[in-house]
Design a protein around this ligand. Structure first.
Ligand code: PLP
Length: 419
């Protein structure tokens, strides 16, 4: 049995070049990038004058990686802060901006954010902030007029994602940035799902802060970037040592930093070519599934979407059951239903879009990557319809709407596949 990994919005396979680039920084070049001097009784962090080779080597690698990350998004190296991942970048941006504007007590976000933003905003709400969560329409898009009207003198920050992790829907972030700036407010954008999949040039937009995560672009987990435009007020979130020019304390994850730099460079080199291939495969998969599975429909704005994502609802069947049968065939994807999402609530994104309950529960997200092949897509197009048909018959049968299932599905699922 072959393994087919279509859950790349959850995490991606590390690129072999990334692994090769980072490994020496775990094995040989393990120095602390912030080796310190002792000057006149005062501990001082000196970026360019580490006392020994190990520290200098790590420091050089760190700065090279900073330049690589900056280049991918059209930023300056000094606008890049390395963090432990997308979640920390989001937390830092939100807490950091609010702490630097203590007079303002209002935050604006959307109803479809990742928990790394949503939960932070809701926590702040319990601490006295006023929170506006902008609704989305049936396609998962925002009404920018509503955004404009929501911004007041008291608004400290607007935090809205670039691309949605569940549906792939892309928001018009350039326009959002302009609206936010016209009202003299700051804009943080969680671009964790967009970086590496869409070209981003921060010279051309007015985004103030932007979050990136290494493991979504074929880098390792536990490393991220927060872009902070020059001049943007940001109080440090992690405090302690003077790393990252005093903007993020903690001994630098040098190997992870080298890895995310390399991942950014690879993304930049191959993005255009890869994405047109991935888009074609995604479209083929989507068209094939819609054609061969009854009562299937795509969730989200297909005209403004990441090239690698399709979120399809197979109505009247349970997402978990679909995933289980898919898994028995070696196909990995994810679902917006409650159990699989690990929360009590089914997908808040699909619910915000007004997707009916039955369709939310039967929703499957397929997310492709540079490693997805045509053969894999063909396999999924062939194997999904019998899975859906079989489950529908079971659910119709248990609902007493049909006679006994006709057993058109001859493959016996292996419930405990070892791969
Ligand atoms: N934001 C979005 C849109 C995401 O999809 C994710 C991860 O799924 C995160 C933030 C969190 O990133 P990390 O896993 O690096 O903490």
């Amino acid at each position: 049995m072959k393994n087919i990994y279509l859950d790349n919005n959850a995490t991606t396979q590390i690129d072999q070049h990334v692994l090769a680039a980072m490994t020496p920084y775990l094995k040989e070049f393990y120095g602390n990038a912030s080796s310190m001097h002792h000057f006149g009784g005062q501990l001082r962090h000196r970026i360019d004058q580490s006392l020994h080779y190990y520290g200098r080597r790590a420091q050089q690698a760190l700065e090279a990686s900073r330049a690589q990350a900056a280049k991918l998004i059209g930023a300056q190296p000094d606008e890049i802060i390395f963090t432990s991942g997308g979640t920390e970048s989001d937390n830092t941006a939100i807490h950091g901006v609010l702490a630097s504007r203590p007079d303002k007590k209002h935050i604006i976000t959307s109803r479809v954010e990742h928990p790394a933003v949503r939960a932070v905003c809701r926590l702040l709400q319990t601490r006295g902030y006023r929170l506006t969560e902008l609704p989305v329409d049936a396609l998962g898009q925002l009404d920018l007029k509503q955004l404009e009207e929501a911004i007041t003198e008291d608004t400290a920050l607007v935090t809205i994602m670039y691309a949605n992790n569940e549906t792939g829907v892309v928001f018009p972030v350039d326009q959002i940035a302009r609206i936010v700036h016209a009202k003299d407010c700051l804009f943080h954008c969680d671009a964790v799902q967009a970086v590496g999949k869409l070209p981003i040039d921060l010279q051309q937009t007015e985004i103030d802060l932007l979050s990136i995560s290494g493991h979504k672009l074929h880098g390792p987990k536990g490393i991220g970037v927060l872009y902070v435009r020059r001049g943007t007020p940001l109080t440090p979130f992690m405090v302690g040592g003077h790393q990252e020019s005093g903007r993020r304390a903690g001994t630098e994850n040098v190997a992870g930093i080298v890895a995310i730099g390399q991942a950014c460079e690879l993304a930049q080199t191959y993005m255009a070519e890869e994405n047109s291939r991935v888009r074609r495969l995604r479209d083929k998969l989507e068209t094939g599934l819609l054609k061969h599975c009854l009562d299937a429909r795509v969730n989200g704005d297909t005209a403004h979407r990441l090239p690698n994502t399709t979120n399809i609802s197979f109505e009247f069947v349970e997402g978990e059951a679909i995933l289980l049968l898919m898994d028995s065939l070696g196909i990995a994807a994810s679902s917006g239903s409650a159990c699989t999402s690990g929360s009590l609530e089914p997908s808040h994104v699909l619910r915000a879009m007004g997707v009916p309950f039955t369709a939310v529960h039967g929703s499957i997200r397929f997310s492709l990557s540079r490693y997805t092949t045509e053969e894999e897509v063909d396999f999924v197009i062939r194997e999904m319809p019998p899975i859906i048909q079989r489950l529908r018959e079971i659910s119709m049968f248990s609902a007493g709407k049909n006679s006994a299932p006709q057993a058109p599905y001859e493959r016996k699922p292996q419930l405990d596949p070892i791969r």
